[in-house]
Ligand binder design. Structure first.
Ligand SMILES: Nc1nc(=O)c2c([nH]1)NC[C@@H]1CN(c3ccc(C(=O)N[C@@H](CCC(=O)O)C(=O)O)cc3)C=[N+]21
Length: 286
């Protein structure tokens, strides 16, 4: 048996169709949602991601606002761009593409973003709102994972979820999202200090791997009832000497598990669709 694929690409396409309708309704009120991106430096990977976000915007009818700074930009130059976007009424939400060059203070930059324009949902105020159960923009990858599971009718209520990874962008906020009353999953947050990872993953209904360790989840760590979500994305050099991206889930897992959100084609496209959703929601609030 091979796993049923949770197709993030097709699901994201459907979400974009739905967003197009909402963007039309906003246009009738004279509002065009705007997404800003801030890219510092010319890392080819980061440039490709940012280009993808602007392509997504064009598909849905969201205006894109692109700000680029050289790799040697000062913190002050970055502050100035963020101050400008905070004040721009046409920019309903924006992101600072991560990682920033090492000489810049990432935490300071993220804290400069107006929390109500935080399209990534990663501002400390918004992570705090998530902890407290208050309304605010939700982090895109965690939100995309919950949305993907929901649209494939994978039950969360009462499910045991083994979540592997406690990073600030995925693991930690996703744990908070999954054990909200509205989702009601029971979450075990596993990490590098976990003693018997396989015992946790085998006992879980849903295993979500966001560790950034290629091949971490192997076939012996899941059962024929497990739903697996691969959030890993690590650049590796293949046998042909070319760079490519790999997930955290060993390919053999697909021969055992019930369902799999693969990398590529799973969580990545959903993350992008949730970024657009966050911006449209910000614009709808007026
Ligand atoms: N402020 C900020 N916000 C981010 O959301 C953010 C970031 N910085 N820095 C980098 C990471 C990485 N990330 C990805 C999103 C989608 C795909 C994606 O769509 N991947 C495709 C494959 C690549 C493609 O076909 O474009 C897939 O998984 O199928 C990948 C990676 C967002 N990030």
């Amino acid at each position: 048996m091979t796993a049923i694929i949770l197709d993030g690409k097709a699901t994201a396409a459907k979400i974009k169709d739905e967003l197009r309708v909402r963007v039309k309704a906003l246009a009738e009120r004279g509002v065009t949602p705007g997404l800003g991106t801030v890219l510092v430096g010319a890392d080819p990977g980061s440039e490709a991601y940012v280009n993808g976000k602007h392509r997504d915007c064009a598909e849905v009818g969201i205006a894109s606002i692109r700000r680029e700074l050289p790799a040697d930009a000062t913190q002050q130059q970055l502050d100035d761009v963020l101050t400008e976007l905070n004040a721009d009424p046409g920019c309903h939400g924006y992101i600072v593409q991560l990682p920033l060059p090492g000489h810049l203070d990432t935490q300071r930059a993220l804290e400069m973003i107006d929390p109500d324009k935080d399209a990534d949902g990663l501002h400390p105020v918004n992570l705090g709102r998530l902890v407290l159960g208050y309304d605010g923009p939700l982090p895109c990858t965690p939100r995309g994972i919950v949305e993907l599971l929901r649209r494939y009718d994978v039950p969360l209520r009462g499910a045991n979820v083994a979540l592997v990874g406690r990073g600030n962008t995925v693991g930690r906020p996703l744990g908070l999202l999954l054990n909200r009353r509205s989702e009601n999953a029971t979450v075990t947050l596993c990490h590098t200090g976990t003693l018997d990872l396989a015992a946790h993953t085998r006992a879980a209904d849903i295993v979500i791997v966001a560790a950034g360790v290629p091949g971490l989840l192997t076939a012996d760590m899941v059962t024929p009832d497990t739903t697996v979500v691969d959030v890993g994305i690590t650049r590796v050099i293949g046998d042909d000497g070319k760079g490519r991206y790999t997930g955290d889930v060993d390919p053999e897992v697909a021969q055992v598990a019930a369902r799999l959100a693969p990398m590529p084609g799973g969580v990545g496209p959903m993350t992008r669709a949730m970024l657009l959703t966050n911006v449209v929601e910000r614009a709808e609030r007026g």
